[in-house]
Design a protein around this ligand. Sequence first.
Ligand SMILES: *[C@@H]1O[C@H](CO)[C@@H](O)[C@H](O)[C@H]1NC(C)=O
Length: 275
Amino acid sequence: MVRLTKCSLSIGLHILQLMLIYNISISAAVLTYDGCMSDSANSYTVGGWCFLHYTSSSWPLNTPTQDEAQSICLPYGTLAVGVTYKMMNTLQTRNPGGTSPHTWLALVRNASYSAQNQGWYWKTLLPTGAYATFPAIMSNIPWGPGEPNNGKGNEDGAIISQNWGVGDVKTNYISSAYGSQQMTVLCQFAPNQWKYLTSGHGRFAVPAYQIARTTVKGSNCVSQCHLSLFCVSFAYNPTTKDCQLYAVSPKDPKFSGNVIADSSYNWHIRDGMEY
Ligand SMILES: *[C@@H]1O[C@H](CO)[C@@H](O)[C@H](O)[C@H]1NC(C)=O
C-alpha cells in the first residue's frame, strides 16, 4: 500500500504543473526573448538583444514579403535592425547558409531618391502598430559585393546573406527575379534589463547620428534609450536636462573623431555596444 501524504501529493501536483508550463513554453513561446535565448542553434546575442533566424517549412516559397515579415516577430519581437557595423557583421556571419540564406531585415529604401545608394532607412513595426524609423548610417552596413545595385529594378528592400552581406531586393522577392527560395525572417528581442556604461564627458553634433533630443529627467533619458531600437549611446546634461540619443558610440573608432569635448554632458553607452 502506498501512503500518499498531503505533502507528497502537493509536490506531485507541483511537478505536473511545472511540466505543463514547460511544455507550453517550448511549443508556443519561441518568439519571445526567452524562446530566442533557448534556441541556440538559430540565435545569438549582440548588444544585449537576442536575434533569432525564424523560418518554417510550412511557408510557401518566396513568402513572406518584406511587408509581411514586419509582423511575424510581434508582439514580443520586431523585424531586426542592426545599427552598428559590429552588429551587422555578426548578423552576416551568423546567418544560416544552406537552403535559407534569404533573410529579411527591417531595412528599406525611400524610392523618391534616384541614386540607389541613397534613401536607405530602418523601418520596423512595433507592437503598437506604429513604425519606428531611422535613416541608416551607410558606413555601418556590410553591403555585399557591388550592392546596392538595383539589379532587378525597384529593389527597395534588403536581405542579409551569410558571408556575403546585405543586398537590395524587391520587397516581394518574386521567383521570376530570384528563383524559388525558402525565406527566413530575422527577429530581434529585447532583454528586460540593460546596463549602461558611464564613460566620461562629451556629445556629438552630427545630425545623422542623433535619434532624438529632449529636455527630461535623467531617468527618462535612460528609458528613452532603453526603448529605442536604434539607441547605442546618449549624452545627458544634468543641469539643463538636455538628453541626446545617438545611433553611434563615442568609443567607435569610426565616429570617435566627431566627439565634441563638453564637460557638462555625461556619456552613457548601452551595454555591449561600445562599438
Ligand atoms: C522620402 O523622401 C522624400 C524626399 O526627401 C520625403 O519627402 C518623403 O517623406 C520620404 N518618404 C518616407 C516614407 O520617408
